[in-house]
Ligand binder design. Structure first.
Ligand code: APR
Length: 320
């Protein structure tokens, strides 16, 4: 069987990490695309030269023209500019919206059957714009945010309890950003919900609140430390988990920015919810019941995403 082809649109920090991970995991051949000349060619050659040492077989190439996307089964989009210190994800909106319009047109022309994973921020608005610009089925276009947010939450919880990250599950909903909604009662250590662990004396509610807060600001914490860009290792690993679930039809249940058409009472928007990802793309949206404070927080988060989408519609009315 021929190897799958994976196209990376954007060959910056995340793009380079994605290419390396795809090689190490032998997920397929990689084409790196970017508007910057030499960067995708140089990075793909560098990674290809590591393949004899690490023992993986993959063809890695770089390109500056969209034709290179032809035949890709998965496209992962990181094209755009990342956040700088002091800049919110929303500040990125108008610049990255134009990029999504170009990228959407390129994917539509050369890889209309691909599964598309968007990482560019502000995520929920950018994946919405990308789907509109590409005209592709909504279940084939998803945004990567929840896997990263829940991975950060899991990491902090594992550290708090001094247990393996593998045994911690976390559940986050809503938009990517300060309004994300970590659902504490559905987050567990080996199946034991966090509220029970508080009762068992493993931690306190105050500590859980601090960890939730740190998770919400997880991206900003890294931006402030790096000073020259935003996180890239964990975002790349998260998108790879989504791509793998699609390519191997694993049907993993992952929190992703998915197109909602009435689910959770939301219409024509991308918001972070748990979904099943398999060979058909987003195969199912896991619609849990939300009440009380959780519903309130979710609605607030949806409101924040709606604000960004409205701003996109103003800038690019033709996208509708
Ligand atoms: N088409 C293709 N590539 C583009 C375009 C475009 N129109 N505009 C910019 N790029 C490329 C840049 O040349 C750069 O190589 O996108 C790449 C972005 O890489 P980085 O600046 O290193 O950003 P990165 O850290 O990879 O983050 C990418 O993901 O998490 C989000 O907020 C983050 O929006 C940002 C994106």
């Amino acid at each position: 069987m021929a190897r799958d082809k994976i196209a990376l649109i954007g060959s910056g920090q995340i793009g380079g990490t994605l290419a390396h991970l795809i090689g190490l995991k032998e997920l397929g051949d990689v084409v790196m695309f970017d508007i910057a000349e030499g960067i995708p060619q140089g990075k793909s050659l560098d990674i290809a030269q590591s393949s004899p040492v690490d023992g993986f077989d993959a063809k890695l190439t770089g390109a500056n023209s969209y034709e290179a996307l032809e035949g890709a089964r998965v496209c992962i989009v990181t094209a755009g500019i990342p956040r700088k210190p002091g800049m919110s994800r929303d500040d990125l909106l108008s610049i990255n919206l134009k990029v999504m319009e170009q990228v959407g047109a390129g994917i539509k022309k050369y890889a209309p059957d691909a599964f598309v994973i968007c990482i560019t921020n502000p995520l929920d608005a950018m994946v919405w714009a990308l789907q509109k610009a590409s005209g592709m089925p909504a279940k084939k276009v998803v945004g990567m945010a929840g896997v990263l947010d829940s991975s950060r939450f899991r990491y902090f919880l594992a550290d708090e309890f001094d247990v393996s990250v593998e045994d911690v599950t976390a559940f986050v909903l809503g938009g990517h950003g300060d309004s994300m909604v970590p659902l504490v009662k559905y987050s567990t250590v080996a199946g034991i919900p966090l509220p029970d662990l508080v009762k068992m004396g493993w931690t306190s509610q105050a500590r859980i609140d601090e960890i939730v807060d740190r998770t919400r600001n997880g991206g900003a914490e890294i931006v402030n430390l790096l000073k020259t860009g935003s996180a890239f290792y964990a975002p790349a690993a998260s998108a790879i988990a989504m791509a793998e679930s699609y390519l191997r039809d694993k049907k993993r249940v992952l929190p992703c920015a998915a197109y909602l058409n009435g689910e959770f009472g939301v219409k024509d928007m991308y918001v972070g919810v748990p979904v099943v990802i398999g060979a058909r793309g987003v195969e199912r949206i896991v619609e849990i019941e939300l009440a009380g404070k959780d519903r309130e927080a979710f609605d607030k988060s949806v409101g924040a995403v709606q604000g960004l989408i409205d701003a996109c519609k103003k800038i690019a009315p033709d996208l509708l």
